[in-house]
Design a protein around this ligand. Structure first.
Ligand code: PPE
Length: 400
């Protein structure tokens, strides 16, 4: 039973035995997974936002008894007082390991909570493995995965670059991706295929280790926040340089490459920005920690060549769509000062989709919010992924 008095709510704690009053209680649900109770004190820091999972039945009765104080994450973003969440609602999430559902591992489905590896797993120690990130969207005629074949081709290409032989065929991995969505009843979400080395042996030489493959899926909202998607994000030039192709091979979407991304991302977040902009070894703009970058400069769309940036599949889609829309698109190096005086800028990525950039290093870019070209490309992109554009149906693989 949840009592309400003004803006205070009486809630049971995790054990269900003790009751206390909290200032603000917000419920939201993530279909297919457990439900969340977010309990926030007035003006807490982000770390103090206390996230607890409650059993489904408790939640359902709480919801009924409470007359529907039951919000989705975007609704919280819209309704929560700004100081409580500081626009970072989508970063409040439950543990990845403690969920209901199924994960595909080495050819079969296992219970979500049983999808474990041994602590001496080679990839955990040396960061040698490859992965993918793929999105599934709802369309008018059911759910569909965006550019599934291209993602699986890149996965096999990444493994080939690292000399890892995937013990499954492309068709088998494609089937695993579709089936994991079906087994979890997921209508829209993010797919994560991972190729990693097992725990057969320690030491740098990976040869004795078995190559293992997993595919998981989960709900993933706007990667850089709903607000960022609408109005643009603030980014900071990183003190970390993007990979040189002879240091880690950048065409591969390799696990180990992400130490560089994590360093850049955390540096940017700590400094109060939303994302990092990494420069290449020559000092030219390369990409974000998990996104490719575009600028509009003197009416021309520019994106850096693939010297050190990942060969993004969204980047490719956006180049195709922008050209169809009549824009000139070039793959050309540009320095960060050119980005400062660009008319518009945006990031692309599977997770980030098309996210406008409104500020770099505390300088406004263009009008300081999402510009007209970015908006039009973003709209076209969302039309395509949601199956509203017949010209690009071939990019969609039907799930249901
Ligand atoms: N660069 C990097 C470094 C990168 O990680 C991504 C994807 C891209 C560019 C864009 O590539 P594509 O998704 O094919 O358009 N980053 C993935 C991982 C994000 C994460 O936080 O995990 C993604 O978007 O799925």
């Amino acid at each position: 039973m949840i009592a309400r008095e003004g803006n205070k709510h009486k809630v049971k704690d995790w054990s269900g035995k003790n009751e206390k009053w909290v200032k603000k209680t917000i419920f939201f649900t993530r279909p297919c997974h457990s439900l969340l109770l977010v309990e926030a004190r007035e003006n807490p820091s982000r770390e103090e936002v206390n996230v607890k999972m409650l059993p489904f039945l408790y939640f359902r009765s709480a919801w009924q008894e409470n007359g529907g104080l039951f919000l989705t994450a975007p609704e919280i973003a819209a309704s929560a007082p700004a100081p409580i969440f500081k626009g970072r609602v989508c970063n409040v999430s439950q543990s990845m390991q403690d969920r209901d559902g199924k994960i595909w591992m080495d050819g079969q489905f296992v219970e979500w909570r049983d999808a474990r590896v041994h602590i001496l797993t080679h990839t955990l120690h040396y960061g040698f493995g490859v992965f993918e990130g793929i999105r599934c969207y709802q369309t008018d005629t059911g759910s569909a995965v965006f550019r599934l074949t291209e993602h699986i081709d890149r996965l096999f290409g990444s493994a080939h670059i690292l000399n890892i032989k995937i013990p499954f065929s492309r068709e088998e991995i494609i089937h695993a991706c579709l089936e994991v969505l079906r087994q979890n009843g997921m209508k829209a979400g993010y797919l994560r295929p991972l190729v990693f080395l097992g725990a057969e042996s320690m030491g740098i030489n990976p040869k004795p280790c078995k190559v293992r493959v997993a595919v998981a899926c989960w709900e993933w909202g706007a990667y850089l926040g709903e607000e960022g998607m609408e109005n643009g994000i603030r980014i900071k030039t990183s003190s970390y340089t993007r990979h040189h192709p002879n240091v880690t091979m950048t065409r591969a979407k390799a696990v180990g490459n992400y130490s560089n991304s994590i360093l850049a991302k955390t540096e940017a977040l700590t400094a109060g920005f939303d994302e990092a902009l990494l420069l290449d070894t020559e000092g030219y703009v390369a990409e974000g920690s998990g996104e490719n970058v575009f600028i509009l400069r003197k009416g021309v769309l520019k994106t850096p060549p693939l010297d050190s940036a990942l060969e993004g599949i969204t980047r490719d889609a956006v180049m195709v769509l922008a050209r169809e829309m009549g824009h000139t698109v070039v793959e050309q190096r540009f320095p960060r000062d050119e980005m400062l005086i660009a008319e518009e800028a945006f990031f692309t990525g599977t997770a980030a989709e098309v996210t406008p950039i409104r500020e770099l290093d505390n300088r406004q870019i263009g009008i300081g919010r999402s510009g007209p070209v970015t908006k039009a490309i973003q709209k076209r992109f969302f039309d395509v992924v949601h199956g509203r554009d017949p010209a690009h149906k071939a990019w969609l693989t039907q799930v249901y």
